[in-house]
Design a protein around this ligand. Structure first.
Ligand code: NAP
Length: 293
């Protein structure tokens, strides 16, 4: 039986690990804050290295590029415990350029790196309906697909080159925030016009104007429920990655740059731990009205 290890039991990693267990896999987990592992019935390692020593495939889902570097290549990092032929699947959203470097460093010890960022929110991790976009060798992806099926609705091989998955995720995040901006502006227009917000949402979401953001976060915005599936701080981290990649490629992204600045304004007001749908608060400030007024 292939031995699996999962590093990072945050909003996303915990749901994925739980689904790997529910599918009957042999799993060891590690999290910086060990309390997040208490409800998972499996072995808990003391370090990423110790986890890797008893795993053939190591999954990682932590916050940002330096965090991946720390849990994989840092002191007591996973790479020290990995052997030739092992596979590392990184589900974190991090920089494509750093991913290319990490994959090369892993290859030096015979470990294959698959960059496999996900989309679908906390709901997707919990229900096992994530969309995964993967960069790296397709034959290695085929070998780990049966495990990833436990938490995925779609697994798309984007390219053989390391970093291809992270680049596809940058495209995904541009779409996410522009849909978020659209939902925010449009619902505020409905508010300004005095329309019933739930009725208006029901009227438009099934047509050409529909989006995941509108259907899933629209009702939360109407109820002024700012609990995060995905925090503004993490969203802002992703937009930094998008804008850096776009800058390297010389592709202008004025819409994403605007949303980046609106989120920055909300972070300045201390709202970084709210859900990314709290973007509407920046527009409410401009409009002088609030949803639900
Ligand atoms: P989260 O709930 O904030 O969890 C972050 C995880 O990373 C925690 O397990 C945290 O450990 C760990 N971590 C962070 N820095 C670390 C470090 N230096 N060393 C060791 N562990 C560290 O975040 P999340 O929402 O699960 O997101 C994780 C990744 O998935 C991010 O790259 C995010 O962009 C991406 N993502 C998130 C969503 C979403 O809707 N939430 C959707 C798609 C993709 P502690 O528990 O000790 O803090």
């Amino acid at each position: 039986m292939t031995r699996l290890g999962y590093i990072g039991l945050g909003t996303m990693g915990h749901g994925m690990a739980a689904n790997l267990l529910a599918a009957g896999n042999s799993l060891t987990v590690w999290n910086r804050t060990p309390e997040k592992a208490v409800d998972l019935v499996c072995d808990v390692a003391t370090t990423p290295r110790a986890l890797a020593e008893v795993s053939d495939v190591v999954f990682v889902c932590v916050s940002d590029t330096p965090d991946v570097e720390q849990v994989v290549f840092g002191e007591e990092g996973a790479i020290i415990g990995m052997e030739e032929g092992d596979v590392l699947v990184d589900h974190s959203t991090i920089a494509p350029a750093a991913t290319r470097d990490f994959a090369a460093r892993a290859a030096e010890v015979g470990v294959t790196w698959l960059d496999a960022p996900v989309s679908g929110g906390s709901e997707g991790a919990e229900k096992g309906t994530l969309a995964v976009m993967v960069g790296g060798p397709s034959d290695i992806l085929r070998s780990v697909t049966p495990f990833m099926d436990a938490y995925s609705k779609t697994i798309t091989h984007v390219g053989e080159e390391p970093g291809s998955g992270q680049m596809a995720k940058a495209v995904n995040q541009a779409l996410v925030v522009l849909n978020q901006l659209a939902a925010s502006e449009a619902l505020l227009l409905a508010q300004g016009a005095g329309l019933d917000l739930d009725t208006t949402l029901a009227a438009v979401e099934g047509g050409a104007a529909g989006s995941w953001m509108l259907s899933n976060r629209g009702p939360q915005m109407i109820r002024r429920d700012w609990r995060p599936g995905f925090t503004i701080d993490l969203q802002q981290k992703d937009l930094r990655l998008v804008l850096e990649a776009a800058d390297e490629l010389g592709v202008p992204m004025p819409g994403v740059a605007l949303v980046f600045q609106l989120y920055r304004a909300l972070q300045t007001r201390g709202l970084g731990s709210e859900g990314n749908h709290a973007l509407v608060k920046a527009l409410e400030e401009l409009a002088g009205i609030e949803l639900g007024d």
